[in-house]
Design a protein around this ligand. Structure first.
Ligand code: SAM
Ligand code: SF4
Length: 368
């Protein structure tokens, strides 16, 4: 049921031809002996970091084509038959949950363009402690209620600008008013809402304070994200870099001094949170993979829509859980493959601030 993505790509720019994932496909060697399962906590990776968080891309398609995410030529989409079915996703998620993963995030592409995504949420929600989604918000006006009823806890909605023309240009045709209506529908439905804004010099650096005010007025959490070079660095321009320090300086100029926020101590995600010294209820997060990277605290792995397990966003090596499942692999085989991926997980990404060291994979395929 419901294994095919739906909808055309009204926002796609140009033709679709680059490969989705470049890089080596790992295979589990016959003599690989996985460590004994831990009984006193989550599974650890090669650097002794606990695995708590799985990001699952459910489609490599999107109804937008954000200029920082999708190459001008687009990507070569996966054939429908190559995508994991809902049954396969559920099985993999159950194995991860048994290994100690607490949070699963559905992403994409745009997860809400996958047909019957509400059914997928209903299948997965009982399997994990916390099921959440990252979305561009365009379909939330009609989907927020059904998603909550199916068991979704929260959404991170991408919102880079409050200017409708700029929004349409950055997203290649997205409608700002619909996305804001989606954010409000998610709040009204009872979802925990966070906003993600990719911070880009010369694009939205004049809106940092306005985006904060927008979030605070609605009682939702905003996080600024530093632009990361994927797609072999094709979309990365060092001149557009807006560092975490620059973002903090701009916010300090607008609102006065910032102090580390209380919530930082219990954060599961990559964001570091700051609060206004003058009003600690006003918080803002910064996800700074480039200038203040957080690899030492990495607690996540990623599964693409076609079932490739990536231990690190910054490296292309991946292992196909789909092939394993379709060759009749057992849950134990899946556990062994996950253990192998974790045993090879690198200490960190190797992005340079020039764009060098960028993986070949595309953000739209891996899902952020
Ligand atoms: N379509 C959904 C959305 O836009 O929220 C989910 C997938 S999108 C790839 C996930 C997140 O990655 C979004 O918040 C998006 O802004 C962010 N993103 C995309 N390309 C990025 C890049 N090159 N660097 C940093 N963040 C990026
Ligand atoms: Fe689509 Fe999200 Fe990428 Fe924008 S950031 S093109 S909405 S996948």
């Amino acid at each position: 049921m419901g294994s095919a993505p739906s909808g055309s790509d009204p926002g796609a720019r140009g033709r679709l031809r680059l490969p989705v994932v470049a890089g080596p496909a790992l295979a589990v060697p016959a003599d690989f002996a996985p460590p004994a399962p831990r009984t006193d906590g989550p599974t650890l990776d090669a650097q002794h970091r606990p695995l708590r968080y799985l990001r699952v891309s459910v489609t490599d398609r999107c109804n937008f084509a954000c200029t920082y995410c999708v190459p001008d030529d687009g990507i070569a989409h996966q054939a429908r038959a190559d995508l994991l079915s809902f049954e396969e996703i559920e099985r993999v998620v159950a194995v991860f949950a048994a290994l100690g993963v607490e949070r699963v995030r559905l992403t994409g592409g745009e997860p809400t363009v996958r047909a019957h995504v509400v059914d997928l949420v209903a299948r997965l929600a009982p399997r994990v402690r916390e099921l959440v989604m990252t979305t561009n918000g365009h379909r939330l006006p009609e989907l927020a209620g059904p998603l909550v009823a199916a068991g979704l806890r929260g959404v991170n909605v991408s919102l880079d600008t409050l200017d409708a023309e700029r929004f349409a240009r950055l997203t290649s045709g997205g409608d700002l008013a619909t996305v804001i209506a989606g954010i409000d529908a998610a709040r009204a439905a009872g979802l925990e809402v966070k906003l993600n804004a990719v911070a880009l010099a010369g694009e939205n650096d004049d809106e940092l304070a306005a985006l904060c005010r927008f979030a605070w007025e609605r009682g939702v959490t905003l996080r600024f994200i530093e632009h990361m070079p994927l797609s072999s660095g094709a979309l990365y321009q060092a001149t557009r870099e807006l560092s975490a320090a620059t973002i903090r300086a701009a916010l300090t100029a607008a609102f006065g001094p910032l102090v580390p926020a209380d919530r930082d101590r219990r954060a599961v995600g990559p964001s570091r949170y700051w609060a206004l010294a003058a009003d600690p209820r006003r918080e803002v997060g910064i996800i700074s993979a480039m200038t203040e990277h957080f690899c030492d605290d990495c607690n996540r792995v990623r599964l693409t829509a076609d079932g490739a397990l990536h231990a690190c966003l910054g490296h292309d090596d991946a292992i196909s859980l789909r092939d394993l499942l379709r060759q009749g692999g057992s849950d134990d085989d899946v556990r062994r493959a996950i253990a192998y991926a974790l045993a090879g997980k690198r200490p960190g990404h190797e992005f340079q601030r020039t764009g060098a060291g960028a993986p070949g994979k595309h953000m739209i395929a891996i899902g952020g």
